[in-house]
Design a protein around this ligand. Sequence first.
Ligand code: HEC
Ligand code: HEC
Ligand code: HEC
Length: 381
Amino acid sequence: MLLKAARICLFLAAGAGSLLAKEPLQIRESTFIGAVGCKSSSCHGGAGPKRSQYITWSQHDYHTKAFPVLLNARSARIAEGLGITEAQTSARCTVCHSPLQSVAASRLAATARPDEGVSCESCHGAAGGWLRGHTRTDWTYNIRVSAGMRDLRSLYVRANACVACHQNVPADVLKAGHPELFFELDGQSMAEPKHWRDDEEAWSGLREWLTGQAVALREISWALVNEPGDDLANARWNGVAWLCATAASANGAWPQMSPPPGAPGISDFTQAQKEADALARKAAMSNWSESVARTLLSRLASTDAEFAAKGTANPVLAQRAKRLVLALDRLTNALNPNRGGPRKIDAELNQLFADVKTPDAFDPSAFTAHLQTFGAALESR
Ligand code: HEC
Ligand code: HEC
Ligand code: HEC
């Protein structure tokens, strides 16, 4: 039965475009097939949770809008600022917004559409090498992965896949008006209309959060090694480096991180790159329990004195606070017995979110006071 379904999928994958009417398909390993190749109702375009991934993606996922965004007025303004004629055909934009557009024509099957946005293979890898085999009953998950399917079950691999588009934007693109990106794997995975079932274990979100923060630090550090940043870029680096170092210090089983120095240089960024990668690998397989989560939460909630102390520049404190508040949010979310529902400290947390919303208007003394209120509320409830 399964083998039969596999055949139908291949047939439709080939028939969907004008690719080929007869077997064998001329598909090379690194070829992108396009989302339409996954769409058949007996494959990933069917009803029911097991076969509905294409429906979820095509109808609900933000990633299908990533290409049309390039046609809007904001994109036109950004493109103009950069001297690009058209955002929708410039690799400077399509690398993230519609990656198939930047792939050499020789690696695209006739079914692959350059305007399909962020599609299946942007995350799962080019399907040429595994499209045929991946539905065979004798293929284990590991065989699929060795045939080139990206191992997204590994949180380290997954974080690397998402962060490639969700953290670093070149400075000139930012200056031209692109929104700043801020990677946080747990919250952004929750925001995705997920077409997969993750480990139901209560702590998998925290594993994702820590892996994501470490990977974000590695990527920001990488960018600063390659191109010196302005004050804001350095402050953003400092924010996530501080968060990772503070979090790691709460758990002896995690690799320890150097706290960010006041005036960092290339060697600090290089070192942060290495340390962050080590933390990410460990975090992806980290053991969590209620006590691990609570210890970390109290460690992070008791950083109020660091925001009150003089001597750290305001933009740096603002970036630290922003990363910190997201961390408090993910931790209290995971510890909430009332899964997904209101939390007892929601009011205090909302105040902290309001404090970090506009980094330019960040007020360290108000934030310190609100963080103390949050800490006291944690203990009393
Ligand atoms: C590094 C990957 C990357 C590159 C390069 C990139 N973008 Fe984006 N862009 C994103 C991501 C991710 C978002 C979503 C941000 C969010 O909502 O958190 C986004 C959001 C946007 C938005 C706002 C979308 C909305 O819904 O309001 C516009 C407009 C945009 N990008 C245009 C461009 C243009 C034009 C270029 C080329 C000059 C470009 N982007 C290059 C990743 C990228
Ligand atoms: C933004 C990235 C992204 C895109 C785009 C994407 N996926 Fe996924 N997909 C994931 C992640 C992450 C997982 C979870 C890891 C896993 O189970 O392999 C996943 C899991 C899956 C699974 C396994 C489901 C389960 O519960 O075991 C299937 C099947 C799948 N995706 C098919 C598709 C298809 C078909 C498309 C295009 C229509 C698609 N994906 C687009 C990221 C993506
Ligand atoms: C090839 C680049 C690319 C990859 C890989 C990618 N994204 Fe995106 N993502 C984008 C772009 C571009 C947008 C903006 C789309 C828009 O504005 O409509 C976006 C939007 C989003 C959004 C909605 C905006 C927001 O920030 O809340 C979420 C959530 C999201 N992505 C999560 C993920 C997750 C989780 C992964 C990894 C499993 C991932 N993305 C992988 C490019 C990518």
